[in-house]
Design a protein around this ligand. Structure first.
Ligand SMILES: Nc1nc2c(c(=O)[nH]1)N[C@H]1C(S)=C(S)[C@@H](COP(=O)(O)O)O[C@H]1N2
Ligand SMILES: [Mo]
Length: 434
Protein backbone atom coordinates (compact mmCIF):
# COMPACT_ATOMS: atom_id res chain seq x y z
CA UNK A 1 0.00 0.00 0.00
CA UNK A 2 1.11 3.49 -0.83
CA UNK A 3 2.67 5.18 2.22
CA UNK A 4 0.33 8.18 2.26
CA UNK A 5 -2.64 5.89 2.17
CA UNK A 6 -1.26 3.73 4.97
CA UNK A 7 -0.68 6.85 7.05
CA UNK A 8 -4.18 7.89 6.41
CA UNK A 9 -5.66 4.61 7.64
CA UNK A 10 -3.44 4.51 10.72
CA UNK A 11 -4.49 8.00 11.76
CA UNK A 12 -8.07 7.91 10.77
CA UNK A 13 -10.33 8.23 13.81
CA UNK A 14 -13.67 6.50 14.12
CA UNK A 15 -16.31 8.92 12.92
CA UNK A 16 -20.06 8.69 12.89
CA UNK A 17 -22.16 7.71 9.90
CA UNK A 18 -23.57 11.21 9.89
CA UNK A 19 -20.12 12.68 9.54
CA UNK A 20 -19.31 10.25 6.75
CA UNK A 21 -22.40 11.30 4.89
CA UNK A 22 -21.39 14.89 5.29
CA UNK A 23 -17.89 14.23 4.01
CA UNK A 24 -19.25 12.73 0.84
CA UNK A 25 -21.89 15.39 0.51
CA UNK A 26 -20.99 18.81 -0.71
CA UNK A 27 -21.13 21.20 2.21
CA UNK A 28 -17.94 22.97 3.18
CA UNK A 29 -19.14 22.74 6.77
CA UNK A 30 -18.58 19.00 6.66
CA UNK A 31 -14.93 19.38 5.72
CA UNK A 32 -14.50 21.86 8.55
CA UNK A 33 -16.03 19.52 11.08
CA UNK A 34 -13.84 16.71 9.82
CA UNK A 35 -10.80 18.89 10.19
CA UNK A 36 -11.81 19.62 13.75
CA UNK A 37 -11.97 15.96 14.62
CA UNK A 38 -8.24 15.64 13.93
CA UNK A 39 -5.91 18.38 15.00
CA UNK A 40 -2.77 20.18 13.90
CA UNK A 41 -0.84 19.74 10.66
CA UNK A 42 -1.69 16.08 10.26
CA UNK A 43 -5.34 16.97 10.06
CA UNK A 44 -4.75 19.36 7.21
CA UNK A 45 -2.87 16.75 5.25
CA UNK A 46 -5.55 14.12 5.70
CA UNK A 47 -8.21 16.64 4.94
CA UNK A 48 -6.52 17.26 1.60
CA UNK A 49 -6.30 13.54 0.91
CA UNK A 50 -10.04 13.13 1.10
CA UNK A 51 -11.31 16.37 -0.25
CA UNK A 52 -9.10 16.81 -3.29
CA UNK A 53 -9.44 15.14 -6.65
CA UNK A 54 -7.99 11.67 -6.90
CA UNK A 55 -4.44 11.83 -8.30
CA UNK A 56 -4.69 8.19 -9.38
CA UNK A 57 -5.43 7.16 -12.94
CA UNK A 58 -8.03 4.62 -11.81
CA UNK A 59 -9.90 4.46 -8.55
CA UNK A 60 -8.11 2.77 -5.64
CA UNK A 61 -10.30 -0.17 -4.72
CA UNK A 62 -10.01 -3.94 -4.32
CA UNK A 63 -10.54 -6.17 -7.34
CA UNK A 64 -13.77 -8.06 -7.88
CA UNK A 65 -14.16 -11.39 -9.66
CA UNK A 66 -17.35 -11.67 -11.71
CA UNK A 67 -18.31 -14.34 -14.27
CA UNK A 68 -16.81 -13.79 -17.77
CA UNK A 69 -14.58 -11.06 -16.35
CA UNK A 70 -10.93 -10.69 -15.40
CA UNK A 71 -10.35 -9.12 -11.98
CA UNK A 72 -11.66 -5.56 -12.31
CA UNK A 73 -11.66 -2.66 -9.87
CA UNK A 74 -14.74 -2.83 -7.67
CA UNK A 75 -16.59 0.42 -7.10
CA UNK A 76 -19.78 -1.25 -5.96
CA UNK A 77 -21.20 -4.71 -5.40
CA UNK A 78 -24.87 -4.20 -5.66
CA UNK A 79 -25.56 -3.00 -8.24
CA UNK A 80 -22.34 -4.23 -9.83
CA UNK A 81 -20.02 -1.39 -10.80
CA UNK A 82 -16.50 -2.28 -12.04
CA UNK A 83 -13.68 -0.19 -13.49
CA UNK A 84 -11.15 -1.27 -16.14
CA UNK A 85 -7.49 -1.15 -14.99
CA UNK A 86 -5.21 1.22 -16.89
CA UNK A 87 -3.02 -1.35 -18.64
CA UNK A 88 -5.89 -2.60 -20.81
CA UNK A 89 -5.99 0.75 -22.60
CA UNK A 90 -2.75 -0.11 -24.35
CA UNK A 91 -4.88 -2.13 -26.78
CA UNK A 92 -6.99 -0.49 -29.48
CA UNK A 93 -9.89 -2.75 -28.49
CA UNK A 94 -10.70 -3.18 -24.83
CA UNK A 95 -10.97 -6.94 -24.21
CA UNK A 96 -14.51 -8.03 -23.34
CA UNK A 97 -13.27 -9.68 -20.16
CA UNK A 98 -11.72 -6.38 -19.03
CA UNK A 99 -14.53 -4.08 -20.15
CA UNK A 100 -15.96 -1.91 -17.35
CA UNK A 101 -19.45 -2.55 -15.96
CA UNK A 102 -22.07 -0.11 -14.73
CA UNK A 103 -25.55 -0.92 -13.39
CA UNK A 104 -28.15 1.16 -11.59
CA UNK A 105 -30.37 -1.66 -10.36
CA UNK A 106 -29.38 -4.90 -8.70
CA UNK A 107 -31.78 -7.30 -10.44
CA UNK A 108 -29.63 -8.87 -13.11
CA UNK A 109 -30.59 -12.42 -14.12
CA UNK A 110 -27.83 -15.02 -14.07
CA UNK A 111 -29.06 -16.56 -17.29
CA UNK A 112 -31.19 -15.63 -20.27
CA UNK A 113 -33.37 -18.16 -22.11
CA UNK A 114 -32.92 -17.12 -25.73
CA UNK A 115 -35.87 -19.25 -26.86
CA UNK A 116 -38.13 -17.02 -24.74
CA UNK A 117 -36.39 -13.63 -25.02
CA UNK A 118 -37.90 -11.18 -27.51
CA UNK A 119 -37.40 -7.60 -28.55
CA UNK A 120 -40.78 -5.83 -28.37
CA UNK A 121 -41.72 -2.78 -30.42
CA UNK A 122 -44.67 -1.11 -28.71
CA UNK A 123 -46.43 2.21 -28.46
CA UNK A 124 -46.89 4.63 -31.29
CA UNK A 125 -46.19 2.23 -34.20
CA UNK A 126 -48.56 1.33 -37.01
CA UNK A 127 -47.59 -2.34 -36.68
CA UNK A 128 -46.34 -3.13 -33.16
CA UNK A 129 -44.33 -6.33 -33.34
CA UNK A 130 -41.59 -8.38 -31.73
CA UNK A 131 -38.43 -10.15 -32.89
CA UNK A 132 -36.61 -13.21 -31.62
CA UNK A 133 -32.82 -13.39 -31.35
CA UNK A 134 -32.82 -15.59 -34.47
CA UNK A 135 -34.89 -12.97 -36.33
CA UNK A 136 -32.29 -10.34 -35.55
CA UNK A 137 -29.47 -12.60 -36.72
CA UNK A 138 -31.16 -13.69 -39.96
CA UNK A 139 -33.73 -11.12 -41.11
CA UNK A 140 -31.56 -8.01 -41.02
CA UNK A 141 -28.30 -6.96 -42.60
CA UNK A 142 -25.43 -7.20 -40.08
CA UNK A 143 -23.34 -4.06 -39.62
CA UNK A 144 -20.32 -3.23 -37.45
CA UNK A 145 -18.95 -0.07 -35.95
CA UNK A 146 -15.95 0.61 -33.73
CA UNK A 147 -17.01 2.95 -30.96
CA UNK A 148 -16.07 4.12 -27.49
CA UNK A 149 -18.50 3.36 -24.67
CA UNK A 150 -17.84 5.90 -21.92
CA UNK A 151 -19.85 6.49 -18.73
CA UNK A 152 -21.05 10.07 -18.24
CA UNK A 153 -19.34 10.01 -14.85
CA UNK A 154 -15.98 8.72 -16.09
CA UNK A 155 -13.20 10.47 -14.09
CA UNK A 156 -15.69 11.86 -11.56
CA UNK A 157 -13.04 11.55 -8.84
CA UNK A 158 -11.27 14.49 -10.53
CA UNK A 159 -14.05 16.93 -9.61
CA UNK A 160 -13.27 19.51 -6.99
CA UNK A 161 -15.22 20.19 -4.87
CA UNK A 162 -16.05 16.49 -4.88
CA UNK A 163 -19.50 15.45 -6.07
CA UNK A 164 -21.54 12.40 -5.03
CA UNK A 165 -21.72 9.35 -7.30
CA UNK A 166 -19.34 6.54 -8.26
CA UNK A 167 -15.81 7.91 -7.74
CA UNK A 168 -14.46 6.64 -11.07
CA UNK A 169 -10.89 7.16 -12.13
CA UNK A 170 -10.40 7.10 -15.90
CA UNK A 171 -11.43 3.46 -16.39
CA UNK A 172 -15.19 3.85 -16.98
CA UNK A 173 -14.68 3.60 -20.71
CA UNK A 174 -13.78 1.05 -23.36
CA UNK A 175 -13.48 0.71 -27.12
CA UNK A 176 -15.01 -2.21 -29.02
CA UNK A 177 -16.17 -3.40 -32.40
CA UNK A 178 -19.95 -3.67 -32.08
CA UNK A 179 -21.92 -5.83 -34.51
CA UNK A 180 -25.65 -5.99 -34.87
CA UNK A 181 -28.52 -4.53 -36.86
CA UNK A 182 -29.42 -0.94 -37.62
CA UNK A 183 -31.98 0.52 -35.24
CA UNK A 184 -33.73 2.15 -38.21
CA UNK A 185 -34.07 -1.17 -40.07
CA UNK A 186 -35.87 -2.60 -37.06
CA UNK A 187 -38.04 0.50 -36.48
CA UNK A 188 -39.03 0.55 -40.15
CA UNK A 189 -40.59 -2.92 -39.87
CA UNK A 190 -43.07 -1.55 -37.32
CA UNK A 191 -43.46 1.89 -38.93
CA UNK A 192 -43.42 4.75 -36.46
CA UNK A 193 -46.46 6.99 -36.62
CA UNK A 194 -45.77 10.52 -37.83
CA UNK A 195 -46.42 12.18 -34.49
CA UNK A 196 -43.70 10.16 -32.72
CA UNK A 197 -41.36 12.50 -30.81
CA UNK A 198 -39.01 10.12 -29.01
CA UNK A 199 -37.96 6.48 -29.03
CA UNK A 200 -37.72 4.88 -25.61
CA UNK A 201 -35.44 1.97 -24.67
CA UNK A 202 -35.68 -0.39 -21.70
CA UNK A 203 -33.69 -3.44 -20.64
CA UNK A 204 -34.83 -6.39 -18.53
CA UNK A 205 -32.75 -5.59 -15.43
CA UNK A 206 -34.88 -4.30 -12.57
CA UNK A 207 -34.67 -3.64 -8.87
CA UNK A 208 -34.70 -1.17 -6.07
CA UNK A 209 -34.20 2.32 -7.34
CA UNK A 210 -31.84 4.85 -5.78
CA UNK A 211 -33.32 5.97 -2.46
CA UNK A 212 -36.40 8.11 -2.78
CA UNK A 213 -36.75 7.72 -6.53
CA UNK A 214 -39.55 5.96 -8.37
CA UNK A 215 -37.30 4.23 -10.88
CA UNK A 216 -37.43 0.44 -10.85
CA UNK A 217 -36.26 0.00 -14.41
CA UNK A 218 -33.55 1.80 -16.30
CA UNK A 219 -35.14 3.65 -19.22
CA UNK A 220 -33.71 6.18 -21.68
CA UNK A 221 -35.12 7.95 -24.73
CA UNK A 222 -33.62 9.54 -27.82
CA UNK A 223 -35.26 12.28 -29.89
CA UNK A 224 -36.81 11.07 -33.08
CA UNK A 225 -35.01 13.76 -35.08
CA UNK A 226 -31.56 13.11 -33.58
CA UNK A 227 -29.32 12.32 -36.59
CA UNK A 228 -27.46 9.73 -34.51
CA UNK A 229 -30.43 7.36 -34.88
CA UNK A 230 -29.16 6.63 -38.41
CA UNK A 231 -25.90 5.28 -36.95
CA UNK A 232 -27.40 3.60 -33.91
CA UNK A 233 -27.13 -0.20 -33.69
CA UNK A 234 -28.82 -2.96 -31.78
CA UNK A 235 -25.66 -4.95 -31.10
CA UNK A 236 -25.52 -8.67 -30.39
CA UNK A 237 -21.74 -8.96 -30.67
CA UNK A 238 -18.83 -7.18 -29.06
CA UNK A 239 -15.34 -7.71 -30.47
CA UNK A 240 -16.75 -10.61 -32.54
CA UNK A 241 -18.11 -12.50 -29.55
CA UNK A 242 -21.59 -12.55 -28.01
CA UNK A 243 -21.95 -9.71 -25.49
CA UNK A 244 -20.80 -10.68 -21.99
CA UNK A 245 -23.85 -10.90 -19.71
CA UNK A 246 -22.66 -7.91 -17.68
CA UNK A 247 -22.28 -5.80 -20.83
CA UNK A 248 -25.84 -6.41 -21.96
CA UNK A 249 -26.39 -9.92 -23.36
CA UNK A 250 -28.29 -10.66 -25.54
CA UNK A 251 -28.74 -7.21 -27.14
CA UNK A 252 -27.67 -3.66 -26.38
CA UNK A 253 -28.13 -0.27 -27.92
CA UNK A 254 -24.96 1.31 -29.34
CA UNK A 255 -25.28 5.07 -29.81
CA UNK A 256 -21.93 6.11 -31.32
CA UNK A 257 -20.40 9.25 -29.86
CA UNK A 258 -23.00 9.59 -27.09
CA UNK A 259 -22.41 8.80 -23.43
CA UNK A 260 -23.01 5.18 -22.46
CA UNK A 261 -26.04 5.96 -20.34
CA UNK A 262 -28.02 5.69 -23.62
CA UNK A 263 -26.43 2.36 -24.53
CA UNK A 264 -29.23 0.31 -22.95
CA UNK A 265 -28.16 -3.23 -22.03
CA UNK A 266 -30.41 -6.33 -22.16
CA UNK A 267 -32.60 -4.32 -24.53
CA UNK A 268 -36.13 -5.76 -24.51
CA UNK A 269 -38.60 -2.92 -25.13
CA UNK A 270 -38.49 -0.19 -27.74
CA UNK A 271 -41.38 2.26 -27.51
CA UNK A 272 -42.40 5.01 -29.89
CA UNK A 273 -43.57 7.95 -27.75
CA UNK A 274 -46.09 10.62 -28.67
CA UNK A 275 -44.83 12.96 -25.97
CA UNK A 276 -41.50 13.64 -24.32
CA UNK A 277 -40.25 11.03 -21.84
CA UNK A 278 -40.45 12.37 -18.29
CA UNK A 279 -39.16 9.28 -16.47
CA UNK A 280 -36.61 9.76 -13.68
CA UNK A 281 -33.57 8.86 -15.82
CA UNK A 282 -34.44 11.58 -18.35
CA UNK A 283 -36.07 14.34 -16.32
CA UNK A 284 -34.07 14.21 -13.08
CA UNK A 285 -30.91 12.15 -13.52
CA UNK A 286 -28.24 12.50 -16.21
CA UNK A 287 -28.78 16.16 -16.91
CA UNK A 288 -26.03 18.67 -17.58
CA UNK A 289 -25.81 22.47 -17.53
CA UNK A 290 -26.38 23.98 -20.95
CA UNK A 291 -23.31 26.21 -20.47
CA UNK A 292 -19.93 26.14 -22.17
CA UNK A 293 -18.06 22.90 -21.36
CA UNK A 294 -21.23 21.86 -19.48
CA UNK A 295 -19.60 23.58 -16.56
CA UNK A 296 -20.83 25.97 -13.89
CA UNK A 297 -19.08 27.50 -10.91
CA UNK A 298 -19.44 25.74 -7.59
CA UNK A 299 -20.07 29.10 -5.93
CA UNK A 300 -23.08 29.81 -8.16
CA UNK A 301 -24.34 26.32 -7.48
CA UNK A 302 -24.08 26.84 -3.73
CA UNK A 303 -25.92 30.14 -3.98
CA UNK A 304 -28.75 28.22 -5.59
CA UNK A 305 -28.63 30.21 -8.82
CA UNK A 306 -30.93 28.26 -11.16
CA UNK A 307 -29.17 26.39 -13.95
CA UNK A 308 -30.73 25.50 -17.27
CA UNK A 309 -30.10 21.83 -17.91
CA UNK A 310 -30.52 19.40 -20.80
CA UNK A 311 -30.41 15.59 -20.89
CA UNK A 312 -26.83 14.47 -21.44
CA UNK A 313 -28.00 12.88 -24.70
CA UNK A 314 -28.34 16.37 -26.16
CA UNK A 315 -24.56 16.40 -26.69
CA UNK A 316 -21.88 14.10 -28.07
CA UNK A 317 -18.94 13.14 -25.83
CA UNK A 318 -16.41 15.97 -25.56
CA UNK A 319 -12.90 15.33 -26.88
CA UNK A 320 -10.43 13.68 -24.46
CA UNK A 321 -6.93 12.26 -24.37
CA UNK A 322 -4.99 10.14 -21.90
CA UNK A 323 -1.45 9.05 -21.21
CA UNK A 324 -1.38 5.29 -20.74
CA UNK A 325 2.37 4.75 -20.50
CA UNK A 326 4.57 5.55 -18.61
CA UNK A 327 2.22 5.14 -15.69
CA UNK A 328 4.32 6.73 -12.97
CA UNK A 329 4.91 3.44 -11.16
CA UNK A 330 8.53 3.03 -12.25
CA UNK A 331 11.32 5.56 -12.19
CA UNK A 332 12.70 6.57 -15.58
CA UNK A 333 16.37 7.40 -16.18
CA UNK A 334 17.71 10.78 -17.33
CA UNK A 335 18.79 11.04 -20.99
CA UNK A 336 17.07 7.74 -21.79
CA UNK A 337 14.39 7.98 -24.46
CA UNK A 338 11.00 6.54 -23.56
CA UNK A 339 7.96 6.07 -25.71
CA UNK A 340 4.98 7.89 -24.23
CA UNK A 341 1.77 6.19 -25.37
CA UNK A 342 -1.81 7.26 -25.09
CA UNK A 343 -5.28 7.36 -26.54
CA UNK A 344 -7.71 10.05 -27.66
CA UNK A 345 -11.32 10.16 -28.83
CA UNK A 346 -14.21 12.52 -29.41
CA UNK A 347 -17.92 12.05 -29.92
CA UNK A 348 -17.86 14.86 -32.49
CA UNK A 349 -15.52 13.33 -35.05
CA UNK A 350 -12.05 12.13 -35.90
CA UNK A 351 -9.02 12.97 -33.81
CA UNK A 352 -6.75 15.10 -35.97
CA UNK A 353 -4.04 16.18 -33.52
CA UNK A 354 -2.64 15.21 -30.12
CA UNK A 355 -0.02 17.25 -28.31
CA UNK A 356 2.24 16.24 -25.47
CA UNK A 357 3.85 18.29 -22.72
CA UNK A 358 6.50 17.33 -20.17
CA UNK A 359 6.29 20.58 -18.21
CA UNK A 360 2.70 20.52 -17.04
CA UNK A 361 1.29 22.20 -20.15
CA UNK A 362 3.63 25.17 -20.70
CA UNK A 363 5.20 23.80 -23.88
CA UNK A 364 3.61 21.36 -26.30
CA UNK A 365 4.91 19.02 -29.01
CA UNK A 366 2.86 17.21 -31.60
CA UNK A 367 2.54 13.44 -31.09
CA UNK A 368 2.33 10.78 -33.81
CA UNK A 369 -1.19 9.50 -34.42
CA UNK A 370 -1.54 5.76 -34.88
CA UNK A 371 -4.09 3.96 -37.08
CA UNK A 372 -7.47 5.58 -37.63
CA UNK A 373 -10.09 2.96 -36.76
CA UNK A 374 -13.08 5.21 -37.40
CA UNK A 375 -14.40 8.47 -36.06
CA UNK A 376 -16.02 7.00 -32.94
CA UNK A 377 -13.05 4.82 -31.96
CA UNK A 378 -10.08 5.27 -29.64
CA UNK A 379 -7.15 6.71 -31.58
CA UNK A 380 -3.79 5.66 -30.18
CA UNK A 381 -0.84 8.05 -30.31
CA UNK A 382 2.77 8.06 -29.18
CA UNK A 383 5.79 10.30 -28.91
CA UNK A 384 9.44 9.75 -28.00
CA UNK A 385 10.51 11.74 -24.98
CA UNK A 386 14.04 12.15 -23.62
CA UNK A 387 14.14 13.71 -20.16
CA UNK A 388 17.32 15.82 -20.04
CA UNK A 389 17.85 15.71 -16.28
CA UNK A 390 16.77 13.82 -13.17
CA UNK A 391 13.78 15.22 -11.31
CA UNK A 392 10.04 15.37 -11.24
CA UNK A 393 8.09 16.02 -14.45
CA UNK A 394 4.44 16.64 -15.14
CA UNK A 395 3.33 15.01 -18.36
CA UNK A 396 0.15 16.13 -20.08
CA UNK A 397 -1.68 15.53 -23.35
CA UNK A 398 -4.39 17.36 -25.23
CA UNK A 399 -6.32 16.37 -28.33
CA UNK A 400 -8.19 18.11 -31.17
CA UNK A 401 -11.03 16.64 -33.18
CA UNK A 402 -11.91 17.45 -36.79
CA UNK A 403 -14.52 19.97 -35.65
CA UNK A 404 -11.79 22.02 -33.96
CA UNK A 405 -12.77 21.06 -30.40
CA UNK A 406 -10.01 20.71 -27.82
CA UNK A 407 -9.74 20.11 -24.07
CA UNK A 408 -10.06 22.81 -21.42
CA UNK A 409 -7.05 23.52 -19.22
CA UNK A 410 -9.09 24.80 -16.28
CA UNK A 411 -11.11 22.15 -14.44
CA UNK A 412 -14.79 21.98 -15.30
CA UNK A 413 -17.45 21.51 -12.60
CA UNK A 414 -21.08 20.42 -12.54
CA UNK A 415 -23.13 18.81 -9.75
CA UNK A 416 -23.51 15.44 -11.53
CA UNK A 417 -19.78 15.02 -12.08
CA UNK A 418 -20.37 14.50 -15.81
CA UNK A 419 -18.46 15.22 -19.04
CA UNK A 420 -14.98 15.63 -17.49
CA UNK A 421 -12.52 16.33 -20.29
CA UNK A 422 -10.06 18.66 -18.62
CA UNK A 423 -6.43 18.08 -19.72
CA UNK A 424 -5.02 15.15 -17.72
CA UNK A 425 -1.64 15.41 -16.06
CA UNK A 426 0.69 12.66 -14.87
CA UNK A 427 3.56 13.06 -12.41
CA UNK A 428 6.72 11.18 -13.41
CA UNK A 429 10.03 10.70 -11.60
CA UNK A 430 13.27 10.57 -13.53
CA UNK A 431 16.35 9.22 -11.76
CA UNK A 432 20.05 9.94 -12.19
CA UNK A 433 21.98 7.92 -14.74
CA UNK A 434 24.72 6.63 -12.44
N1 LIG B 1 -30.13 -2.08 -18.87
C1 LIG B 1 -29.23 -1.17 -18.48
N2 LIG B 1 -28.51 -0.56 -19.41
C2 LIG B 1 -27.59 0.36 -19.06
C3 LIG B 1 -27.40 0.72 -17.70
C4 LIG B 1 -28.18 0.05 -16.72
O1 LIG B 1 -28.09 0.30 -15.51
N3 LIG B 1 -29.09 -0.90 -17.15
N4 LIG B 1 -26.47 1.70 -17.37
C5 LIG B 1 -26.03 2.60 -18.44
C6 LIG B 1 -24.84 3.34 -18.09
S1 LIG B 1 -25.03 4.74 -17.14
C7 LIG B 1 -23.60 2.98 -18.54
S2 LIG B 1 -22.23 3.87 -18.12
C8 LIG B 1 -23.42 1.82 -19.45
C9 LIG B 1 -22.30 0.93 -19.01
O2 LIG B 1 -22.07 -0.08 -19.97
P1 LIG B 1 -21.25 -1.37 -19.57
O3 LIG B 1 -21.74 -1.87 -18.25
O4 LIG B 1 -21.42 -2.34 -20.68
O5 LIG B 1 -19.82 -0.93 -19.48
O6 LIG B 1 -24.60 1.07 -19.59
C10 LIG B 1 -25.77 1.83 -19.74
N5 LIG B 1 -26.86 0.94 -20.04
MO1 LIG C 1 -22.93 5.71 -16.80
Amino acid sequence: MNKDLLDYFLHFPVISRREWLKIFGLSTLSTLSLQKSFGGEEAKKIHLDIAHPSPYWTSQNPFAYEPQKLPLIRLNDRPIVLETPREFFEFPFTPNAAFYVRYHLDGIPNSVDLSKWRLFLEGNFLFPTSFSYADLLTRFEPVSIIAVNQCSGNSRSRFYPRVPGAQWGNGAMGNAKWTGVRLMDVLNKAKMKDNTVQIQFQGFDYGRSPEGTPAHSFIKSLDRDDPILEETLLAYAMNDEPLPLLNGFPLRLVVPGKFATYWIKHLTWIRALESEDTNFWMKTAYRIPKNRNNSISFEDYQKGIPIETVPIGAIQMPVRSFIIQPGGDIKLVEKMTVQVKGIAFSGYGRIVKVEFSSDGGKNWQEAILERDLGKYSFRHWHIYWRPQAAGEYILASRAWDEKGNTQPATPIWNPGGYCWNTIETQKIWVGKNS
